[in-house]
Design a binder for this molecule. Structure first.
Ligand SMILES: [Zn+2]
Length: 379
């Protein structure tokens, strides 16, 4: 009998739906489209890995230029089902509505997008003004909502994706700045990076994984860390409920003599830090809903025009907790039970998971026996 190699993500997949695990890990079917969130997370992870390596080797670049460059390269090209591709105008990426943020596109970004529109996307119409970039994006978004992504042309998909790519690019740069501002001061020592773990049972089956980082924080605690990018806030108790962190802690707790694990989360929703200053009297009207300046000068309302500005920053969360021993034990027990079920070739469907939390890529294959939008992973 062949030995199984499980991971936190393959076990999660099995638990969401046995058949989903079967299609992905046994039959090796892959969705032709990939979520941009996954590739963006990978690009940021690689960048943070470089930052941590430099901190460890005392060659950290506080200007961040080194890391902006690494992130740019990582986000420009990436792997879609093991094929290395250019990502910025790739029609196989699927963006979430929340990836787009028009506030982050400055005039030089619009100029860049306009130059692509003018040189590569003549099919989409003739435009003469960089400010029309957003209009065409909104009309493409409308088309996507009303007619569906599958009914858009390749140039339409590519330009729509390029605008989203640009927004996530700006978010990535803000996240690197957030690392310097929020996270770097909390790190006393980088103990290990991308630490491989492997747990084996008597039959030689294993659970493998990579711990993003093991850090000594400013309070001298040693913490098993996983980095996340997320559109939503992580809950205060997300660490003590995390099977992933319990697994990682279980694998290395004796070596590092710690029970602490944590998530470091970069939030995709950008804080704009909007400000409103009167152009006439310099009154600070930040937060005011009034159309013009509300300051009273000599009993008269100023009425000057607002000078509205934004100072966008990415926000972070650091959630650290002791992993409860009881939970750690049931996580390990669960790995053994899933391992036994897979070896017994038990792959039950979970019909509750076809649409949520995400639409399953295998729904047509599973419900109708039709291979559509899927490809086999190349060996
Ligand atoms: Zn005023």
């Amino acid at each position: 009998m062949t030995k199984l190699r499980l991971s936190h993500s393959s076990v999660s997949s099995y638990q969401l739906c046995g058949k989903k695990y079967y299609y992905h890990y046994i039959e090796k079917w892959r969705d032709k489209e990939t979520s941009a969130a996954l590739l963006f997370g990978t690009a940021l992870d690689k960048t943070i890995e470089s930052i941590l390596k430099d901190i460890k080797q005392k060659s950290y670049d506080d200007t961040l230029q080194t890391y902006f460059n690494i992130f740019t390269n990582q986000w420009r090209n990436g792997y879609i089902n093991k094929s290395y591709e250019s990502l910025w105008e790739n029609e196989r990426l699927v963006y979430a509505a929340s990836d787009f943020d028009s506030d982050l596109l400055q005039s030089k970004d619009l100029l860049f997008l306009f130059s692509r529109l003018d040189s590569e996307y003549k099919e989409l119409g003739i435009y003469t003004d960089p400010n029309q970039v957003l209009d065409i994006f909104y009309s493409l978004r409308k088309k996507k909502e009303t007619s569906g992504w599958d009914n858009m042309t390749i140039p339409e998909k590519r330009f729509y994706n390029l605008v989203n790519w640009s927004c996530l690019y700006k978010k990535g740069l803000l996240m690197i700045e957030a690392f310097r501002r929020d996270i770097k001061p909390k790190i006393k020592e980088v103990i290990d990076i991308q630490r491989e773990i492997s747990l084996e049972n008597e039959e030689g089956d294993s659970v493998i994984g990579f711990i993003d980082a093991i850090l000594k924080l400013d309070d001298d605690s040693i913490v098993i860390i996983d980095f996340k990018t997320s559109a939503r806030d992580y809950a205060y108790d997300s660490v003590i409920k995390s099977p992933q962190l319990s697994l990682y802690l279980h694998a290395v707790e004796n070596e590092y003599n710690t029970r602490k694990a944590g998530f470091i989360v970069f939030k995709k929703g950008i804080n704009k830090q909007r400000s409103k200053i009167c152009s006439k009297c310099s009154f600070n009207g930040t937060g005011s809903k009034a159309k013009t300046c509300t300051n009273e000068i000599g009993g008269k309302r100023c009425g000057g025009e607002w000078d509205e500005k934004i100072n966008p920053i990415a926000e972070t969360q650091v959630i650290v907790s002791d992993i409860p021993k009881y939970f750690e034990n049931i996580v390990i027990e669960n790995f053994m039970e899933v391992n036994a079920a897979i070896k017994a070739e038990v792959f039950p469907r979970n019909f509750s998971a076809c649409e949520s939390p995400f639409p399953c890529p295998y729904i047509k294959l599973c419900h109708k026996g039709i291979v559509d939008g899927l490809e086999k992973e190349e060996k």
